[in-house]
Design a protein around this ligand. Structure first.
Ligand code: TYD
Ligand code: MG
Length: 453
C-alpha cells in the first residue's frame, strides 16, 4: 500500500498553519488564502553540522558573559553599510525585500562584484549569461565572485563545500526548494524549510547569507511573515519603478539601528549611491510656479528636503478627483476637510492632485504643512518663495502640531540655503542662533496669512 502523503494547510498571506481548510484565515482574517501543501518528513537535512562547530551552551551570570563585538564584513557600499550598521555580520542572515523590477538583483550583484571577500551568488531567476550581461552593464568585473544558477538547496550546499565562500547570496528565496519536503518552490513550507537550512548553514559556518525576497501587493515579503521573524536583518528596497530614486530601509536589525536609510539612483549603468539626497529631490525650477512647497522631513534619522506639488482645479465631472503619489490619500482627504471646515476654503468642488517629487513615499507627518501650503498656493495661484520650507503636522482641529527633531531639521534647511522655516509654535526650539528666519504658527488659518500676506 502506498503511504499517504502528509499534507497540511498554510495561509499564503500570514504563514499560519491550520489543521484543516477554511475559507478565511483565523489568524489574519484574509479570505481564500489557505492552501493545502504537501509536506514530507525530512529525508535528511543536508547541511550537516561538523563536530568541530558544535559548541555546548551553559548558563552564565551576566558578568561572566564575554562581549565580543560582532565581526563584520564591509560591503564597500556606503549606503548599505550605513543601513546595516557597518557591514554584514558574520553568521547573520539578511533578507532584502522589494517589488519585482525595483533593482534588488542589481544592488546585490553590484555589491557582490566589489566585496574583496569570496562571494557565491546563487541565482534561481536568471541564467549565468543574463547575469554576465548585467555585470557588464554595471561595469564591475571582479574576480572574487562566483555565479551559480541552482535552485535545489542540497546542490547549493554541495557547491558551497567546494567553493568555500565567505559570503553567500541567494536570488531569490522564493525559487529555492529542498529535497526534505515535497511542496513546490515558493510555497510557505518550502520557503520556511529552505530558509531554516540556510540559517543553520550561516550560524554554523559564520558565513553571512543575503537572501533576496519578492514582495506581494500588500508590501509584505511574499509568503510568510515568519520569514521575517527567522532572519536577523530585514531590509526593504523601495521606490517608484517609473522614477529613478530608490530607498533602502531597515525594518529589523538584530545588530544595529533601524533608523538609518540608504538612497540610490538607478542609472543605465547600475545604482549610484546618493549621499546628499536633499539637493536632487527638489526640481530645479526657473520661474516662480504656484503649487509647490518644500518640506523638511526626516526619514529615520536622515533629514530630507522634499518638494510637494499640488494642482487644484475646478472639477470637470460631478465628483472631484483626489489623487496622490507618495502621500497617503486618506491623509489628503483629512487635510482638505480641515482646510474646508477650519479655514473656510471651498475645496469640495475642486480636483486636487498631489505629488511628491522623486517618486519617494513619505511617512513623516511633518510633511502635512507643506501639503497645505502647496494646495493653498495652487488654489490662489500665488507662488511660494523657493527659499521657504515647512515642517509641521496638521491636527483635526486645524492646529499646527509640533514635530520631532526640529533643531536638526532647521540646521539642515539652513545648510541648504533656505531663508525661512515655518513650523509649529508649540515646537520647543532649543537652537540659539539658527541663522534662519523662523515663522511659528499655531492654527491653519494663520498659514494663509503668513504665506500670502
Ligand atoms: P532588477 O535588479 O532586475 O530588479 P529585481 O531584482 O528587484 O527584480 O532591476 C531591473 C530593472 O532595473 C530593470 O527594469 C532595468 C533596470 N536597470 C537599470 O536601469 N540600470 C541598470 O544598470 C540595470 C542593471 C538595471
Ligand atoms: Mg531580481
Amino acid at each position: 500500500m502506498m503511504a499517504k502523503a502528509k499534507t497540511t494547510f498554510f495561509c499564503q498571506n500570514c504563514g499560519t498553519q491550520h489543521a484543516k481548510w477554511m475559507g478565511q484565515c483565523s489568524a489574519c482574517n484574509e479570505w481564500n488564502t489557505i492552501i493545502e501543501e504537501v509536506i514530507q518528513k525530512e529525508v535528511a537535512r543536508e547541511w550537516k553540522q561538523s563536530n568541530a562547530a558544535k559548541t555546548i551552551s551553559k548558563p552564565l551570570k551576566i558578568e561572566e558573559i564575554q562581549l565580543n563585538a560582532e565581526e563584520r564584513i564591509p560591503t564597500k557600499n556606503k549606503e548599505l553599510d550605513t543601513v546595516l550598521g557597518g557591514g554584514l555580520v558574520k553568521g547573520s542572515v539578511t533578507l532584502l525585500g522589494g517589488e519585482p523590477g525595483i533593482g534588488k538583483s542589481t544592488l546585490i550583484l553590484q555589491i557582490s562584484l566589489v566585496i574583496p571577500d569570496k562571494v557565491l551568488y546563487v541565482s534561481g531567476e536568471e541564467s549565468q549569461s543574463q547575469i554576465k550581461m548585467r555585470a557588464e552593464r554595471i561595469q564591475k568585473n571582479a574576480s572574487n565572485c562566483l555565479i551559480l544558477t541552482e535552485t535545489n538547496t542540497q546542490q547549493i550546499f554541495k557547491n558551497i563545500e567546494k567553493v568555500q565562500p565567505q559570503v553567500l547570496v541567494i536570488d531569490s528565496i522564493q525559487t529555492l526548494h529542498t529535497n526534505a519536503i515535497d511542496a513546490s518552490p515558493g510555497s510557505i513550507s518550502q520557503i520556511r524549510e529552505t530558509t531554516a537550512e540556510l540559517i543553520k548553514f550561516a550560524k554554523e559556518t559564520g558565513t553571512p547569507v543575503l537572501l533576496i525576497g519578492h514582495i506581494n501587493k500588500e508590501g509584505q515579503i511574499a509568503g510568510p511573515k515568519i520569514l521575517e521573524h527567522m532572519v536577523d536583518v530585514v531590509l526593504q528596497f523601495e521606490g517608484d519603478r517609473n522614477h529613478t530614486y530608490r530607498i533602502l530601509r531597515s525594518q529589523k536589525n538584530r545588530f544595529g539601528s533601524t533608523a538609518e536609510l540608504g538612497i540610490y539612483e538607478m542609472l543605465t549603468d547600475g545604482l549610484r549611491e546618493v549621499s546628499n539626497p536633499s539637493e536632487i529631490l527638489i526640481s530645479k525650477k526657473d520661474a516662480d510656479l504656484s503649487g509647490t512647497a518644500i518640506s523638511s522631513t526626516l526619514e529615520g534619522i536622515r533629514p530630507l528636503m522634499i518638494e510637494v506639488q499640488a494642482l487644484v482645479s475646478t472639477a470637470v465631472y460631478g465628483t472631484p478627483q483626489r489623487t496622490t503619489t507618495g502621500y497617503n490619500l486618506k491623509r489628503l482627504h483629512m487635510v482638505l476637510a480641515v482646510l474646508e471646515k477650519r479655514a473656510g476654503f471651498k475645496l469640495a468642488a475642486k480636483d486636487v492632485f498631489l505629488n511628491i517629487t522623486g517618486g519617494i513615499s513619505i511617512d513623516d507627518p511633518a510633511i502635512d504643512l507643506a501639503v497645505v501650503a502647496s494646495i493653498l498656493s495652487s488654489n490662489q495661484d500665488i507662488a511660494i518663495s523657493p527659499n521657504v520650507c515647512f515642517a509641521a503636522e496638521i491636527g483635526l482641529a486645524g492646529e499646527i502640531r509640533p514635530v520631532s527633531k526640529i533643531d536638526q531639521r532647521i540646521l539642515e534647511a539652513k545648510k541648504l540655503g533656505y531663508k525661512t522655516f515655518v513650523a509649529s509654535k508649540y515646537n520647543k526650539i532649543t537652537l540659539k542662533e539658527s541663522g534662519i528666519k523662523l515663522i511659528l504658527v499655531g492654527k491653519i488659518e494663520e498659514v494663509f496669512a503668513t504665506l500670502f500676506a
